[in-house]
Design a protein around this ligand. Structure first.
Ligand SMILES: [Mg+2]
Length: 395
């Protein structure tokens, strides 16, 4: 099997989903997905895929490490080695497509290429964002006006997703202008701390003691606010508080991790083993959340293995189509320290339709690890085309 070409499509989904297709001299094609690092990056991502193409043509896709090493070395000074680089994410997507092909060439599900599986099923957590009301959504009124941030709405959302089988939930911290001390500093007001505590208390009361609850801060706080908020939530037994402060300063994060009284999770904005090594050595996180559509699977496995030596669990960040989600499922199956995988796409009703047979992918808050060769998922190209903004896939 030789690689004969590479295609990409940007799909209008959670941001612009970047789908990658590697063509070969056989009937097999490989599918991958890259995280859309920058707003409106779809056209640029499709162009970057063309820059990778000369390194793939004529290669045996089973030589994944060799192909990727050449790409990373050649483009080291053009974004391939950099965090937050669209090119690095695109290369992660290329790598996933090569693994899909390698699995198909060898007749093996992808997890077997990473040492086999620890589990048959990967448990998801539901990213809930905020609460839901029972009233019809009015697009002319804000979520705040419609009560989406009321504690009762948070409890509604928890009950709704538990009814679908989810046993782990995540909500976002909402900073509402009406209760902020200042629109630019990162300091929480007492009212904001009280509101977050009331929202999560309502979730805990609705969910009971055994459902896992996490809170995503999305880098919004300063160090003292993160410590104060964590301490105000300690009694709720949260699974984690995510990205409490911006991702660049690991010493600041380590201060929060030592003092907040709540496990800290971070990593969706880190791309490399070197970065995760520093995070772990400085004891700045209790749980890590690498995004394999940013790191790729080779680096993702190295990151997970390093975390394992620190007794740190891995809860991968994932906001992808069924392609990226299934790539994450295989790696989640193949690492001992997997905790939970994110599922975020409740607001995109055609998410499952992007894949052939996609409606059966998620069952009871989890995904069965596929046994078909490669990723074990193929795209419904008609549905992909319906939402394509830039580029295009063959077939
Ligand atoms: Mg997050």
């Amino acid at each position: 099997m030789k690689i004969t070409g590479i295609r990409a499509a940007a799909v209008d989904g959670h941001g612009e989903w970047i789908l990658i297709q590697v063509l070969t001299s056989t009937a097999h094609t490989g599918l991958g997905e890259a995280f859309p690092v920058n707003p409106g990056c779809g056209a640029a991502a499709c162009e970057l895929v063309r820059w990778a193409e000369p390194f793939l043509l004529g290669e045996d896709p089973c030589n994944v490490s060799r192909i990727m090493e050449r790409l990373y070395r050649h483009y080291t000074n053009r974004g391939a080695a950099h965090s937050m680089s669209l090119f690095r994410a695109v290369l992660a997507g290329v790598e996933i497509a090569l693994w899909d092909l390698a699995g198909k060439a060898l007749g093996a599900p992808l997890y077997k290429l990473f040492g086999g599986k620890f589990r048959d099923r990967v448990r998801l957590y539901a990213d809930c964002h905020a609460g839901v009301t029972n009233t019809r959504v009015d697009i002319h009124r804000s979520a705040e006006e419609q009560g989406a941030y009321e504690p009762g709405a948070y409890a509604n959302r928890a009950r709704q997703l538990m009814a679908e089988g989810f046993t782990a939930l995540k909500f976002d911290l909402q900073r509402l202008p009406s209760s902020m001390l200042d629109p630019f500093n990162r300091t929480l007001s007492n009212a904001e701390i009280r509101t977050a505590a009331a929202q999560l208390t309502a979730v805990r009361e609705a969910a009971g003691p055994d459902v896992e609850i996490a809170l995503d801060i999305m880098s919004a706080m300063d160090v003292p606010s993160a410590i104060r908020l964590g301490r105000a939530l300690t009694h709720l037994n949260l699974l984690w508080m995510e990205e409490p402060v911006p991702p660049e300063n690991l010493d600041a994060l380590a201060q929060v991790a030592a003092q907040a009284g709540v496990p800290i999770c971070t990593g969706e904005n880190l791309y490399t083993l070197h970065q995760f090594e520093q995070l772990l050595l400085r004891r700045a996180a209790h749980i890590i959340e690498p995004d394999f559509q940013k790191t790729g699977l080779l680096e993702g496995k190295r990151i997970a293995d390093l975390a394992h030596t620190h007794y740190v669990p891995v809860a991968p960040h994932c906001v992808s189509t069924p392609v990226g989600t299934m790539a994450s499922v295989h790696l989640a199956a193949a690492i001992p320290n997997f905790l939970l995988l994110e599922f975020h796409e409740f607001d995109i009703p055609w998410w499952a339709d992007l894949a052939e047979g996609g409606r059966s992918i998620i069952r009871n808050g989890g995904i069965d690890v596929p046994e078909a060769p490669g990723l074990g998922v193929e795209l419904n190209l008609a549905e992909v085309r319906r939402h394509t903004l830039h580029g295009g896939l063959e077939g």
